[in-house]
Design a protein around this ligand. Structure first.
Ligand SMILES: *Cc1c(COP(=O)(O)O)cnc(C)c1O
Length: 426
C-alpha cells in the first residue's frame, strides 16, 4: 500500500467498511437488532452521558448505518454524517437544530415539490417561516435576509428542470449574513458536485434517489462540513448553550467540527425518532458501490436523449444544462464538469394535453413520482408533484403546464430514444 489518498471510486466501494471482526464477512452485515449489550454499568452510564461513543439503541446509532454514514461523509468531504429514514426526515432534523419558533430561513423557489410543501405547510406548524428567493437572482437572497434568518437552503442541481445553482455566490451571501448554507445535493450526488468545496456548511440528500440508485429503499442523510462556528453570536442555542438533557454539556464546545452531526443524532434522531432501518442502510450502501459507474451512464444517456429531443419537431424546448445553448451551461461546466445529471424537463408544442398524452404513451419510461432510479422515469409535474402550486408559482419553479420531466436511466440509450419516438409520433 502507498500512502496516496484514495480516489472517489475507491471510497465509494470501501469508505467506512472493514471485514466483520468476528465472522470475517466482507460485505457489511445487516445488524438487524434494536439494541446493544453494555459491558457494565459504568460503560452504560458513559454512553448515555456522551462521554464515550458506542451503540445503545438503533434509533440513535446502528453499525450497518454507521458504515453508510462514514461512506457518504467521505464522498462529500464532510467531517461526519447522520442517516435518516428519508430525505424529508433529514430536512426536519436539520432545521430542528437551527430554528426556534418565529425564526426564518431563506429557500430557493426551485425545489423538489415535496420540499416546497414541507416548508410551506408542515414547517409553518412548527413556527418555522420560509422566505422564498430566486436562485437565478442572487440579490433576491440578500434582500431576504433579516435579523431572524437562521439558514439558507438551495438544491445544487434543482428540481424539476435540472437547473444549476451558483453555489459559491449564494455561499457568499450566507457568510455575510452569518448563517449556514444548506445544499440539497440529491440530483447531483457527490460524484457530480461536492458542495462543501464550494462553500456549503451542511449537505443533505434523499438517499432514495441516485445514491441508493435502484428505486428500492427510502433514506436520507445529513453531512456536516465542520465549517460553521455555531457559538459566534448566540444564534444557535441548540449547539452553543448547555443541554439540560445531557447534564449541561455544550454541543459545539464538546464536539468541535462535527458538533452539528452530533446535535442531529443526539437531539434530532433521539428525540424525533426518524432513524433509517439497517436493512435500508445495507441496500443503499450496496447501491453506492456503483455510484460512479451509474452516474457516468446516467449522464451519457441524458445528454443523448436531450440532444435527440431538441431536434424533434414536436418539441418546443429542452431544459438540459448539458446542452451548449442552455442558460445554465456555463454553470454546469463550472460545477458539474463530469456531467449535468440525468433529470431535466422539456416542453411540447402541444402544451398541457400533449404532455399528459406523451406520458401515457411511453412504455419503457415508467410514469411515477421518483428520480434517480436505474430505470428511466417520466412525470408531468404540473398535474402531479407541483399540482398544489398556482400557475404562476408552477412556472417560477420550472413546472409550467406544458413541461414534462424525465429521469434518464441506465438502459441502452437507443431503446430510450425509440420509446420517445413512438410516443411522440403516436
Ligand atoms: C426526493 C427528494 C427529496 C425528499 O426525499 P425523500 O427520500 O423522498 O423523503 C428531497 N429533495 C430532493 C431534491 C428530492 O429529489
Amino acid at each position: 500500500m502507498t500512502d496516496r489518498l484514495p480516489g472517489f471510486a475507491t471510497l465509494a466501494v470501501h469508505a467506512g467498511a472493514q471485514p466483520d471482526p468476528t465472522t470475517g464477512a466482507r460485505a457489511t452485515p445487516i445488524y438487524q437488532t434494536t439494541s446493544f449489550v453494555f459491558n457494565d454499568s459504568d460503560h452504560a452510564a458513559s454512553l448515555f452521558g456522551l462521554q464515550s461513543f458506542g451503540n445503545i439503541y438503533t434509533r440513535i446509532t446502528n453499525p450497518t448505518t454507521s458504515v453508510l454514514e462514514e461512506r457518504v461523509a467521505a464522498l462529500e468531504g464532510g467531517t461526519a454524517a447522520v442517516a435518516t429514514a428519508s430525505g424529508h426526515a433529514a430536512q426536519v432534523v436539520v432545521f430542528q437544530q437551527l430554528l426556534r419558533p418565529g425564526d426564518e430561513f431563506i429557500a430557493s423557489r426551485k425545489l423538489y415539490g415535496g420540499s416546497i410543501n414541507q416548508f410551506t405547510h408542515a414547517f409553518q406548524s412548527f413556527g418555522w417561516n420560509v422566505v422564498w428567493a430566486d436562485s437565478d437572482d442572487i440579490a433576491s437572497f440578500e434582500r431576504a435576509v433579516t435579523a431572524k434568518t437562521k439558514a439558507i437552503f438551495i438544491e445544487s442541481i434543482a428540481n424539476p428542470a435540472g437547473s444549476i445553482t451558483d453555489i459559491e455566490a449564494i455561499a457568499a451571501v450566507a457568510r455575510k449574513a452569518g448563517v449556514p448554507l444548506i445544499v440539497d445535493n440529491t440530483l447531483a450526488s457527490p460524484y457530480l458536485i461536492r458542495p462543501i468545496e464550494h462553500g456549503a456548511d451542511i449537505v443533505i440528500h434523499s438517499l432514495t434517489k441516485f445514491l441508493g440508485g435502484h428505486g428500492n429503499s427510502l433514506g436520507g442523510i445529513i453531512v456536516d462540513a465542520g465549517t460553521f462556528d455555531w457559538s459566534k453570536d448566540g444564534k444557535y442555542p441548540m449547539l452553543s448553550e448547555p443541554r439540560p438533557e445531557y447534564h449541561g454539556i455544550k454541543i459545539q464546545e464538546t464536539f468541535g467540527n462535527f458538533a452539528f452531526a452530533i446535535a442531529c443524532r443526539v437531539l434530532g434522531l433521539r428525540d424525533l425518532g426518524p432513524a433509517l432501518s439497517p436493512f435500508n442502510a445495507f441496500m443503499i450502501l450496496t447501491g453506492i458501490e456503483t455510484l460512479p459507474l451509474r452516474m457516468q451512464r446516467h449522464c451519457e444517456n441524458a445528454k443523448a436523449v436531450a440532444e435527440w429531443l431538441a431536434a424533434h419537431p414536436g418539441v418546443a424546448s429542452v431544459n438540459y444544462s448539458g446542452l451548449t445553448d442552455n442558460r445554465y451551461h456555463a454553470l454546469a461546466r463550472k460545477y458539474a464538469p463530469k456531467g449535468a445529471g440525468a433529470v431535466f424537463t422539456f416542453s411540447l408544442k402541444g402544451g398541457y394535453e400533449a404532455g399528459v398524452s406523451l406520458v401515457s404513451k411511453l412504455k419503457l419510461f415508467s410514469h411515477l413520482a421518483n428520480v434517480g432510479d436505474t430505470r428511466s422515469l417520466v412525470i408531468h409535474p404540473a398535474s402531479t408533484t407541483h399540482s398544489q402550486l398556482d400557475d404562476d408559482a408552477k412556472t417560477r419553479s420550472g413546472a409550467a403546464p406544458d413541461v414534462v420531466r424525465l429521469s434518464v436511466g441506465i438502459e441502452d440509450k437507443e431503446d430510450l430514444i425509440a420509446d420517445l419516438e413512438q410516443a411522440l409520433s403516436a
